[in-house]
Design a protein around this ligand. Structure first.
Ligand SMILES: CC(C)(COP(=O)(O)OP(=O)(O)OC[C@H]1O[C@@H](n2cnc3c(N)ncnc32)[C@H](O)[C@@H]1OP(=O)(O)O)[C@@H](O)C(=O)NCCC(=O)NCCS
Length: 183
């Protein structure tokens, strides 16, 4: 088995370390006019909902717990999705931290006649695992197995650091705002 550059081989106290493949999720949607904007393309907010749902499935499966979306970042809308398209979304837990996980989602349109896939969107989301009472719970470690999964495992740590820096800046900004005006 290959491992991430700083993956510890599952030697932690946390139970159930599991491979990325065990929690990967896929969702398929045929796009209807009700999902479209005035140009007949899938509305971005609806695509974000699909992304959130497939990512929630993967994170919940990995954590073996309820999970809530803490953030969604780097959503790229690469190409439009049209009414009638078959949208395929794939989600993987890139890395688990203490109570949070980064999930990567890739959205593609499948051309069923040509049997090809066209990349339309990508996103990274962070989910936090919670128990029935809403308390945060620790999540199992992720075992990256393929070269691709190892790269995403490694880069997830860099993105977590960037998020953490951004959260610190936001907290500082909030502290300067009058009551009721904090963002
Ligand atoms: C996300 C939420 C659980 C964080 O709770 P919190 O008590 O402020 O968070 P903490 O500072 O204790 O951090 C808990 C974990 O969440 C992570 N986290 C918190 N805010 C985050 C953010 N904005 N982005 C990414 N990760 C975040 C922390 O890094 C930490 O991870 P770790 O345990 O793996 O180290 C809380 O803000 C919440 O419940 N938000 C609403 C979630 C929701 O309802 N989502 C649906 C959309 S409406």
């Amino acid at each position: 088995m290959q491992t991430g550059s700083d993956y510890n081989g599952g030697m932690s106290d946390r139970p159930h370390a599991s491979p990325v493949s065990a929690s990967q999720a896929e969702r398929s949607e045929i796009i209807f006019p009700a999902d479209a904007n005035a140009l007949g393309n899938l509305f971005g907010g609806r695509l974000m909902q699909f992304i959130d749902l497939v990512a929630a499935t993967a994170s919940s499966r990995h954590a073996r717990a309820f999970t809530v979306t803490a953030s969604m970042d780097h959503v790229d809308f690469v190409a439009p999705v049209h009414v009638g398209d078959l949208l395929i979304l794939k989600a993987s837990v890139n890395r688990a931290f203490r109570t949070s996980m980064e999930v990567g989602v890739k959205a593609m349109v499948e051309d069923v006649r040509a049997q090809t896939l066209r990349h339309v969107s990508s996103a990274y989301l962070t989910f936090v695992a919670v128990d029935q009472a809403g308390n945060h719970v620790e999540v199992p470690e992720v075992i990256p197995e393929t070269d691709h999964q190892i790269r995403r495992y490694d880069s997830a740590l860099r993105r977590r650091q960037m998020r953490s820096d951004e959260m610190a800046r936001t907290r500082e900004h909030r502290a300067t705002m009058p009551p009721g005006w904090s963002l």
